[in-house]
Design a protein around this ligand. Structure first.
Ligand code: 5AD
Ligand code: SF4
Length: 442
């Protein structure tokens, strides 16, 4: 077996085939040679698709195999690209901790960055679609589009790889973003999500004219034909009244805020260099709920940060109960290369303790999310149709403005907005039937 051997499996459509050709070319230019099978390769690449369930099942098998190969030969690197990775984003690492790097369609460059960096010990990173205007437009024809508004970050969260890999924050020019939003809508987008590591600080670096994030929201909201606007993620420190007011004033801006918490313990937040404490986070939540009482709040939480005691962890459990999040992504702390937290040696949390804690956290998250979801039962909510339901192809699937997946009975095309009367709700999804009611209760 060659020292640098790889095996690539491609699922899905022509676009993936094309990306795979580029991956082959890239790996060969880096000195990798094809292995006869995944079991013999040092690098296993799965270029995924999320169109059909049969592809999901094949992928599950391949992922299971890759995990076994890695258990037998710990040096193996596992990379997952394509639409399935894009749809799960960071959750890829949460659900499949043996995956080293994940990247979206058209992001073969991200794989290169990962492979040429000096350490593969640390878990990989996920970046959203590329930054400049050179993105392949072909991936941008659906009703939901993403727009990267900035890269890099001026914060110094001690666990985070973004400042070292992407450097200081650079905002894309205001006029470029508006032009891109108009193009996306002209091509059929009805919903746009603005992306950045710290969206709320957008525009501070723009010269000669600074623009605020709220101005950007207002300008994109005004694009004719745009129905829904979202953004992710704001740093809680910057989440102030102008953005919260935008949720009241701008019609397209959805009733959902993803506000990464990371920990409920002020001590741990301090060690993470998050620049807010428990009380300040709670004050932000209060301000948001005072302005938009029905808003959905979701969050990210890291469990097992070095130095996290049982008492600290209980503070996280209690804040989840207090805030009543609609959903939370939970992550086990993983030391990433070139981060301050990766160098901490004292107070490391045993893996068994960390996984026991994350299990308890997920239980609390699920029960609060379930309780919160019940408020939609009996309401008619607006749903942006995505396609057939994954669990029952006779039904349809879409997303509400509150960002809840909705499975429903009815007839509609992907990209249409329909009203769905909600009959049942769980922590992760709503279920109901399409209705002809004239007015939606958002
Ligand atoms: N370990 C665990 N989780 C992390 N995240 C970022 N870096 C790490 C890390 N080193 C999580 C944070 C962030 C989300 C995108 O990923 O919760 O909000
Ligand atoms: Fe910036 Fe977010 Fe990373 Fe903190 S966690 S450094 S805010 S990208």
């Amino acid at each position: 077996m060659a020292a640098d051997s790889y095996h690539l499996t491609t699922f899905g459509c022509q676009m993936n085939e094309h990306d795979s050709e580029r991956i082959d070319g890239l790996l060969e230019s880096l000195g990798y040679e094809p292995a006869a099978s995944a079991g013999e390769a040092n690098l296993i690449v799965l270029n995924t698709c999320s169109i059909r369930e049969s592809a999901d099942r094949r992928l599950a098998t391949q992922l299971g195999n890759a995990k076994r190969f890695k258990a037998a030969r710990p040096g193996v690197t596992i990379a997952v690209g394509g639409c399935w990775a894009q749809s799960l984003k960071q959750e890829v690492f949460e659900r499949y901790p043996f995956v080293d790097v994940a990247f979206g369609p058209g992001q073969v460059d991200q794989l290169e960055q990962f492979l040429v960096s000096d350490s593969q010990k640390a878990q990989g990173f996920f970046e959203f679609d590329g930054f400049t205007g050179e993105l392949p437009m072909r991936a941008r024809q659906d009703a939901q589009a993403w727009m990267q508004i900035s890269v890099g970050c001026n914060q110094k969260c001690s666990y985070c790889i973004v400042p070292s890999t992407r450097g200081l924050e650079v905002s894309r020019p205001f006029a470029d973003l508006l032009a891109e939003a108009e193009t996306l809508v002209a091509r059929g987008a009805r919903e746009i999500t603005l992306l950045g590591p710290n969206v709320k600080s957008y525009g501070r670096d723009l010269r000669p004219l600074r623009h605020t994030f709220s101005e950007l929201l207002a300008a994109v909201d005004a694009v004719d034909g745009l129905e829904r606007l979202r953004y992710t993620s704001p740093h809680p420190q910057d989440m102030n009244l102008d953005v919260v007011s935008a949720h009241v004033e701008l019609e397209s801006l959805c009733e959902h805020i993803h506000l990464p918490l990371q920990s409920g313990s002020s001590n741990v937040l301090k060690a993470m260099r998050r620049t807010y404490n428990r009380d300040r986070y709670l004050a932000r939540v209060e301000m948001i709920r005072a302005a938009v009482p029905d808003i959905s709040l979701t969050t990210d939480i890291i469990v097992g940060f070095p130095g996290e005691t049982e008492a600290d962890f209980e503070q996280t459990l209690s804040i989840v109960d207090e805030v009543q999040f609609d959903a939370a992504y939970t992550f086990l702390f993983s030391p990433r290369r070139e981060t301050e937290a990766a160098k901490i040696e004292d107070g490391l949390v045993e893996p068994a303790v960390a996984s026991e804690r994350i299990g308890r956290l997920i239980e609390v998250v699920q029960s609060t999310a379930d309780a919160r979801a019940q408020r939609f039962v009996g309401r008619a909510v607006e749903v942006l149709v995505e396609g057939p339901s994954r669990t029952d192809p006779q039904r349809l699937r879409g997303r509400s403005r509150h960002n809840k997946p909705v499975n429903f009975d009815g007839i509609a095309q992907p990209g249409e907005l329909v009203l769905v009367e909600i009959e049942a709700a769980t922590s992760t999804s709503l279920s109901g039937h399409a209705t002809l009611l004239a007015s939606a209760q958002r």
